[in-house]
Design a protein around this ligand. Structure first.
Ligand SMILES: NC(=O)c1ccc[n+]([C@@H]2O[C@H](COP(=O)([O-])OP(=O)(O)OC[C@H]3O[C@@H](n4cnc5c(N)ncnc54)[C@H](OP(=O)(O)O)[C@@H]3O)[C@@H](O)[C@H]2O)c1
Length: 269
């Protein structure tokens, strides 16, 4: 069967690469649309089990509309030169490598290479990821569509006007899942403090965060409106929110945390 989906070479099939591959296969890509490259036997085995052709090194054979770079940051520089051979067929290079700016790839691939940089987050592994994308001048409309489609297969994807916003994105959606895990932990500890068992409190906290997240995701109402609607005057929720919203302390804490992540991202670039 012929497929209308962009042909992919996936470079690096670790955690992210594997999650992406599963998302693509669940969203209309054929196994034959994807070729994976990874020196690690165990990483290759995982995608081979999905029916994907995986090789230790890239060969000249595969045709690709899009080359997805999902290696660790310290491996990107040594990995890229082998892919210059594909420049003649004008693919788009989509890098999800954290902290490596577009100019890093241009320095190796050349200024004429079409390059998209993406910052996904870990919920891509359950199809609920958030990816911010930014591109260089060489990326064509159809390559933007292909990039969006690829990252949209594991959640949502949106475009940034300016690459300098990538550190802010890192501070919110990139590192954000860990903040939410911390909220689950904190809520669970609060339950134990009220006399609940660790097990019960952990379950209540986990399901509350998962359920409220799903509700906010599916609702047409804003989180602010949803919060107002569950806060009866003089009720229990209001009593708790009066503490949590005291002097904007929680908002300020999140601002400081996100700033710290963004600053660290800038330092690491
Ligand atoms: N995980 C996240 O939440 C997240 C979020 C945003 C961005 N990212 C970015 O996504 C990238 C991948 O992260 P990950 O967590 O998936 O890392 P990972 O699990 O370590 O996967 C990277 C894979 O690339 C392989 N590799 C090394 N050199 C290669 C080469 N020359 N050609 C092909 N494959 C090669 C590695 O093999 P070896 O193990 O043998 O080296 C490994 O299997 C990173 O750059 C990270 O910054 C991750």
């Amino acid at each position: 069967m012929m497929s209308a989906m962009p042909k992919i070479i996936l470079v690096g099939c670790g955690n992210m690469g594997f999650a992406l591959t599963r998302g693509w296969l669940n969203n209309g890509w054929l196994k034959s649309d994807i070729v994976a490259v990874d020196p690690s036997d165990s990483a290759r085995q995982k995608v081979t089990d999905l029916g994907i052709l995986a090789t230790e090194k890239i060969s000249t054979d595969p045709q690709a509309d899009i080359i997805v770079l999902a290696v660790k940051p310290q491996h990107l520089g040594e990995t890229l030169p082998a892919y210059k051979q594909f420049l003649n067929s004008d693919p788009v290079f989509l890098s999800i490598v954290a902290g490596k700016p577009i100019v890093f790839l241009e320095d190796i691939l050349g200024k004429n290479a079409a390059i998209v940089r993406g910052m996904p987050n870990t919920p891509v592994s359950v199809g609920k990821g958030m990816t911010a994308l930014v591109k260089n001048k060489m990326v064509k409309k159809n390559q933007m569509t292909a990039s969006e489609k690829l990252m949209g297969a594991v959640g949502r994807a949106t475009w940034l006007e300016d690459e300098s916003l990538m550190n802010a994105v890192t501070g919110i959606s990139g590192s954000g899942p860990a903040y939410v895990f911390l909220i689950i932990e904190a809520l669970s500890k609060a339950g134990v403090n009220l006399g609940l068992s660790e097990e019960l409190s952990g379950e209540l906290a986990l399901m509350t965060v998962a359920g409220a997240g799903e509700l906010a995701f599916k609702s047409d109402l804003s989180p602010t409106e949803l919060r107002r609607r569950v806060t009866s005057p003089g009720g229990t929720t209001e009593a708790a929110l009066n503490v949590l919203m005291r002097n904007e302390e929680l908002v300020d804490l999140f601002k400081d945390a996100a700033h710290a992540a963004a600053d660290r991202g800038r330092d690491l670039a």
